[in-house]
Write a protein that binds this ligand. Structure first.
Ligand code: 5RP
Length: 235
């Protein structure tokens, strides 16, 4: 049966509602799959006490759905974090950061007792790395970190806005730079075959200037809900 990717995303997002408990504060990730989750959460907003958000974009959408957004510093640990992924394997290791929100996502994931990852089946892979690995870097360290990544066999590309975004700011080249919510740059690292995700995460975390590596291996998802044409596969 054919089903478009967005419907498969929606299916996985709706399945995550089963993990809500009354009165809880939910950690909320970022991206188009999570946007479906936020819309669904809006319909049951009276059941939850609020949300901790991983990005400015999700905060805006949560508020538009009438959901209270709380600061992580004010709530301590969370029972549940729901977020998407750019790639996932069957060990529940993830690549994240396609939307550039990886640092706050990793922080909220770490604060959560249970991390439920929602994705359509195009994201499930045997070996991570076909999706370029996002690495958030302090701007002054960008070329240093790029050289370190190249020495490890990767091909880092400095992330900029898409051509369409740039066209609307055509008179100001500085606006083509993609900046994270934390004011940093992103290097998207192509050409990696990530055989040992925890080891690579540890190694890249050691490079001075790296803020966050988009590999979620030391804190993987606890549950993967994969939306397929046939239903939702739980891993
Ligand atoms: C944002 C992320 C997203 O979870 C990831 O990019 C998946 O996005 P989408 O649900 O739109 O496919 O890590 O930083």
């Amino acid at each position: 049966m054919h089903m478009n990717p967005d419907d498969r995303k929606k299916r996985s997002a709706h399945a995550a509602l089963d993990y809500l408990t009354d009165g809880m504060i939910v950690g909320v990730g970022t991206g188009s799959t999570v946007n479906h989750f936020i819309d669904a959460l809006g319909a049951v907003r009276n059941r939850i006490a609020g949300a901790v958000s991983s990005s400015e974009a999700s905060t805006t959408l949560l508020r538009a759905n009438g959901i209270r957004v709380l600061e992580l510093n004010d709530v301590g640990s969370l029972e549940l974090y729901v977020d998407g992924a750019d790639e996932a394997d069957r060990n529940r290791y993830l690549i994240k950061g396609g939307g550039g929100a990886l640092t706050r996502e990793k922080i909220v994931a770490q604060a959560a007792k249970r991390f439920v990852c929602i994705a359509d089946d195009s994201k499930l892979v045997e070996v991570l790395g076909r999706f370029p690995l996002p690495v958030e870097v302090i701007p002054m360290a960008r070329s240093l970190v790029a050289r370190e990544l190249t020495a490890r066999g990767g091909q880092p590309v400095w992330r900029s806005h898409t051509f369409d975004d740039r066209r609307s700011h055509a008179t100001d080249n500085r606006l083509s730079r993609f900046t994270t919510d934390n004011g940093n740059d992103i290097l998207d690292v192509h050409g990696l075959q990530i055989i040992d995700p925890p080891a690579l995460e540890t190694e890249l975390n050691q490079i001075p200037g790296v803020v966050t590596v988009g590999l979620f291996a030391h804190r993987p998802a606890d549950v993967l809900l994969i939306g397929t044409a046939a239903g939702v596969e739980k891993i």
